[in-house]
Design a binder for this molecule. Sequence first.
Ligand code: ZN
Length: 291
Amino acid sequence: MANRQYKIPKIDFNGKISVVEHEDEIEAALRELEGEEFIGFDMEWKPNQCPTDNHKIALIQLSSATVCVLFRMLKMGGMPQKLKDILCSESVTKIGHTVNESDAIRLWEEYGIVLNRIVDVKDLASQMGFYPLGLKPLTYQILGFHLDKSLAMSDWSSELTPEQILYAATDAWVTREVFLRLAPPKKPALQCRTCLRYYKNKKELDQHLRVSNHFVFRQKRKKYLQWSSSLGSSQQMNMMCGTNTTEMMYNNLQHSHMQPNMYSEETLMNSIMTGLGNPIIHGMISSECTL
Ligand SMILES: [Zn+2]
C-alpha cells in the first residue's frame, strides 16, 4: 500500500455556545439543554507545572447536539445547585472521555460530588476494540474528522479566548458524537453524516443533502463495502486483521505535531473497516485508488 498522506477535515462545534459566569445566568442556559437524554460532558483546568501546583477546575462543559454551555467555575466560586443537579441526575446520561480516571475524581475531591449516570467513551471504545483511545484518535477513527487538541494544555483560569471557547465546546460535543456513533439511538437524529450538522426537520436535512451532495452514511454504506472488498487480498488482510495498522496509526500520531491534520492511508482505511468512518474520507481514498 502506498504511503500516502491525506489531509482530513477539522471538526468544530457549529451550534450555539453559552458562557456562564454568574449564578443568575444558569437557569436560562440550562433551559436549552432541558429534555436531553444524552449530554456531552468535559472539564478543563490549568495544567499543573510542578507537583505542588493544584489548579482547580476552571471550566465544566455540557453539550447537546446543538447547544453547548460552558460554566466558568472559578468565576462562580462554588458549585451551583442547578449544575450539581444535572451532574448527579439519574435521568440524564453524561457522556465523557476519561471521566472515570480523571474528571469524576476531581469533582469528588473539589466539590464532594458523585457523578451519576456517566458513560466513558474511552471505556466503551476499548470494549469495542478501538485503539488508540485518545479523543483525537477516536474522532478520526469513528467520525473521520481531525480534532485539534493544541489548546488542551492552555491556561483555562484566565479570560478565555474565542479559540479556547470553541475548543472547549467542541471537546464536549464531539465526545457525545463519538458515543452516538458507537451506540446509535433507535430513532436516528436529523443529522448529515458527512458534515455532522443537525437540522430542525427532514425537509431542511434533505435540502442540505441535495445542495451539498452530502449523504446519510447508511444509505451508501453498501457501495463502500463493495469498493473495499475489491481491493487486493493483502490490503484486505491488513485491514481485516489490523496487521501493522495499529503500529502505523501510532507512528502517525507520533508525527502528528508536525502535520496535525495529515493522516496515513492505512489509518483512514482502518477507519473505513470499522464501518463508522466518514463518507468524505471514503470518497477521498476511493478517488485516489485504482479499482
Ligand atoms: Zn452535510
